[in-house]
Design a protein around this ligand. Structure first.
Ligand code: CA
Ligand code: CA
Length: 395
């Protein structure tokens, strides 16, 4: 296994007018264009608008202008990553923080949440998700549900969705939501080819059902062909790719929850998913605990915040919850930030008991994330800042 930097995404970092690599999230300067995709330097505009500037004031502007001319770099807008979030919302609080991150990244122009599909079979999972989406001003995002019987219990925080005064939303029961597979097929059919990134942070139930799906009113393609045509990447929190400390601190194999809860579905995805997959194993989020002080201090900009309340109801501070699902979102939207190293290509196999094994193979479609010690602090900071970022419009 060879450590290497993240592979480039298909959102080309190379301008078609030059060769200057640009970070995905480079803010686009809202300045006039000359019709050739070139953006005028703001300093040149200021100087032109103020002809009476003194030499003292003018000099830095002239230097800036000279630099702007010298480095007449065309700025190319990066289009937001079209994203589908597939989650077992309600089983742990990291799904909630990860959804908050997606909304923050969308507000920053880095992604667009097309749909949420849910693999927890409880009628309040979809209303809770709708409440979070509504909190961030995006209550119309389609939500699809499963009828799998997997984790049917309510859990510790989905009951928050019953209080529509505190957390307004209009989807009151998952019974009123469409099936996840229908939402997935409709969303993919409407997307551009090879564009969609799916983040799977629960069980593989919905995505395995998608692969098995047949032509319908949304697409003439079967599930495998539809995914092959429309999906660019599957970023999933599932499996474990190194041993982790068990009871007593002794290293051992880990059968990861998202795999174990629906082993046939996980096996189907590992074997038949037709696009690139990047797996965030159990060990990644475990090594990046979410600092509980952030829950106590960073969400107080509204009287009632669904993220911090769900976290506290799930397991109150002082508890630093692992950031499993958050890491999959971070990689999905910012693969070029070099937060993580990734393995070489290979196959993931899923044993009958849910144990995952990775085998290098040039023909494989899977990679897994690798965490370098020196990156832990900046990843944790990114996860905290993004998940606690206020909505664009305060509810
Ligand atoms: Ca809604
Ligand atoms: Ca989850």
């Amino acid at each position: 296994m060879v450590l290497k930097s993240s592979p480039p995404s298909n959102a080309s970092p190379i301008s078609d007018q030059g060769t200057c690599p640009l970070p995905r999230a480079l803010p686009v300067v809202p300045a006039p264009e000359d019709g050739k995709g070139r953006i005028h330097h703001p300093l040149s505009i200021k100087a032109a608008a103020n002809p009476s500037l003194s030499l003292h004031e003018l000099l830095p502007l002239l230097i800036g202008l000279a630099c702007a001319v010298w480095f007449d770099v065309p700025v190319v807008a990066q289009s937001p990553v079209p994203l589908i979030y597939d989650t077992d919302m309600g089983n742990d609080c990291d799904d909630v923080l990860a959804l908050g991150m997606i909304h923050a990244l969308q507000s920053r122009g880095e992604c667009e949440l097309l749909a949420v599909t849910i693999t927890k079979d409880h009628p309040l999972a979809a209303p809770f998700t709708d409440a979070v989406n509504t909190f961030y001003g995006r209550g119309d995002i389609p939500i699809g549900v499963c009828r799998s019987g997997v984790t049917p219990e309510q859990g510790r925080f989905l009951g928050m969705a019953a209080d529509r005064e505190k957390y307004p939303h209009d989807l009151t029961s998952g019974d009123d939501a469409p099936a996840a597979v229908a939402v997935l097929r409709k969303t993919l059919a409407a997307a551009q080819d090879a564009s969609v990134v799916i983040v799977q942070v629960g069980f593989s139930t919905n995505l395995a059902d998608l692969l098995r799906s047949k032509a319908d009113q949304h697409s003439q393609q079967d599930g495998v062909e539809l995914v092959r045509q429309k999906v660019r990447l599957l970023s999933l929190m599932a499996g474990a790719f190194r041993q982790v400390p068990g009871k007593g601190g002794k290293l051992g194999d880990h059968r990861e929850y998202n795999v174990v809860k629906d082993i046939p579905a996980a096996r189907a995805i590992a074997a038949y998913w037709p696009t690139e997959m990047v797996w965030s194993g159990f060990e990644i989020g475990l090594a990046l605990p979410y600092p509980h002080r952030s829950i106590l201090h960073d969400f107080g900009y509204v009287p009632h915040h669904p993220l911090s309340e769900a976290y506290i109801m799930y397991m109150p501070p002082p508890h630093d919850r692992p950031t499993w699902d958050l890491t999959s979102v971070l990689y999905a939207v910012r693969p070029d930030h070099d937060y993580f190293a990734v393995s070489d290509l290979g196959h993931v196999s899923v044993a009958d008991d849910g144990l995952t094994t990775f085998k290098e193979n040039d023909q494989g479609k899977s990679r897994y994330l690798i965490l370098r010690d020196q990156d832990k602090a900046r990843i944790t900071e990114a996860l905290m800042l993004l998940s606690s970022q206020p909505p664009t419009v305060m509810p």
